[in-house]
Design a protein around this ligand. Structure first.
Ligand code: FES
Length: 499
């Protein structure tokens, strides 16, 4: 049985984020060896670990499930052959440990017998020492020194986790994720926010080709794309057609920026239309299973209804579910697109998407606190960025301000509250300022500066943070200028224009 747990596995066992565990290690509260920890050390630091589903990990999972297009997250058992292979692997390890214990037992008995023989062959002094040692050994054996005490519950839980999920590590990017249920390697990676290159999702294009460095995989879907014998011998496979049986190390390319995401055209269907407060609605579009929209969190797309209606809108959902796309549409009387969506659009109608566009994306490598400021409808791209950060478990401190012209413009307040209730490192501050943020005049500058000063006051460490601003151009421009004037470098202020 495994004595050491990777940080990801350990974090999941005790139900905290990877970052929280890394902090314990950094602060010297938890011993680690070569990026691993032992179940005993882990239990010492987290003695109160609950073994029900109420951990932070579970809470985050629930938030993700709600956020990601209300998809039914498959908490199913893995494919039965995968399950059988994992159980067989655990049984083999158990049998090896069992055999080793028996050998130790026999060895101790032989040692005791050997001592008995040696005692008679030596002089008085050596004999006395040997007798002492033999008596001590006999007493230890009588006291049941080989009996195994209470098993560590975390080690037991880890065995269950090993049956239910495989851990995947990606080279050279260093991303990690767990693969559960019937997921392929590609599906599990996307859920975890890892932006692998891919195209068709069904084995035709070959773009999801990767190499297995170590671990056992299993083909779960046939594919038309040909992989040559020499490539197969080197471990190449299609991530959309294979799952992980054991923990796996994978060599695959992850999108490094918007330049790695192609421009696409996808025909989607309206899955649902839900009101969000008085003046907004949530438009949920679904792509075909085999033709999803690849995008990075924070980007936007153009929606075409028929030949004459179109609008450019930020994608308000996370790329971890590229099939289910959310858009927030504002009621704009007289605007033909808005009028049609509010008055005539129905579930199952077709909407053609083009995109993605935009460079307002998350700086994933940053470990700095993240301050998100949504002005009115600027919430949509920030929601995508925040959900992506959660999927990646970046662990950065996050503070979302939703600065709105009116109360109606804070059209999804519950989601911000749910995030702050669930995550220690998340804060949510909604603010209604009573001025039209899309039509500011110079005389408003001072009032807006006053609001932004509140953000500065909340964050004495502002200069060590990244700030993401999204909303109408005029207010974002004023806010960007304001934060640059505070001394923040341009590379840490990210601006997304909405509307
Ligand atoms: S995504 Fe096209 S073959 Fe896997």
């Amino acid at each position: 049985m495994s004595q050491f747990l990777s940080i990801s596995r350990a974090a999941r066992l005790v139900g905290v984020t990877r970052t929280a565990l890394q902090k314990k290690i950094k602060d010297g509260e938890l011993a680690s060896f070569d990026g691993t920890v032992t179940p005993d050390d882990l239990l010492r630091v987290y003695p109160q670990t609950q073994f029900e589903d109420n951990s932070e990990y579970e809470r985050i999972t629930q938030i993700k499930e709600k956020a990601f297009g209300k998809r039914v997250f498959e908490r199913a058992l893995p494919d039965k052959e995968v399950l059988a292979a994992r159980i067989a692997d655990l049984s083999k390890q158990l049998a090896e440990v069992d055999a080793r214990l028996k050998r130790y037992d026999e060895l101790l008995q032989k040692l005791s017998d050997k001592l008995g023989e040696s005692v008679s062959r030596h002089g008085q002094e050596v004999r006395a020492a040997l007798e002492d040692f033999r008596d001590w050994l006999t007493a230890q054996l009588d006291q049941g020194v080989l009996e195994i005490g209470e098993p560590n519950p975390l080690a037991a839980r880890d065995n269950v986790l090993r049956v239910m999920a495989a851990h995947v590590q990606v080279q050279p990017s260093g991303h990690e994720f767990f693969l559960e249920g019937h997921d392929t390697l590609l599906e599990a990676a996307l859920r975890a926010g890892v932006a692998f290159d891919y195209g068709c999702s069904n084995g035709n294009c070959g773009r999801c080709k990767a190499r297995v460095v170590s671990g056992q995989i299993k083909k779960v879907r046939s594919h038309d794309f040909h992989i040559s014998e020499p490539e197969i011998a080197q471990g190449y496979l299609l991530m959309c057609s294979n799952t992980a049986v054991s923990d796996v190390v994978l060599e695959a390319q992850v999108a490094g920026g918007v330049q790695d995401i192609p421009f696409q055209q996808v025909a989607t269907k309206v899955k649902s239309i839900e009101p969000l407060g008085a003046d907004h609605l949530l438009l949920h579009l679904q792509t075909p299973r085999t033709h999803r929209l690849r995008f990075l969190a924070g980007q936007h797309a153009t929606l075409h209804i028929g030949k004459s209606l179109s609008a450019d809108l930020p994608i308000a959902s996370c790329p971890c579910d590229e099939r289910n796309l959310h858009f927030h549409v504002r009621r704009l009387p007289g605007n033909v697109f808005s009028d049609y969506v509010f008055g005539k659009l129905k579930p199952h109608d077709t909407i053609d998407l083009e995109g993605p566009q935009g460079e307002f994306i998350l700086s994933e490598k940053s470990a700095r606190p993240l301050i998100f400021i949504a002005f009115d409808d600027g919430f949509a791209p920030l929601k995508s960025l925040i959900e992506h950060a959660m999927a990646l478990e970046t662990g950065n401190l996050m503070h979302l301000y939703w600065i709105a012209s009116s109360l109606d413009n804070v059209y999804l307040p519950n989601i911000g509250r749910a995030w702050s209730d669930a995550l220690d490192e998340f804060r949510f501050t909604p603010m209604v300022v009573g001025m039209d943020l899309g039509n500011l005049h110079e005389r408003h500058d001072e009032r807006l500066h006053h609001v932004l000063q509140g953000v500065v006051n909340d964050h004495p460490d502002l200069l060590g943070s990244d700030i993401y601003l999204a909303g109408p151009e005029i207010v974002v421009t004023i806010a960007e200028r304001y934060f640059l004037a505070q001394g923040l470098p341009k590379t840490r202020v990210f601006a997304g224009i909405v509307g």
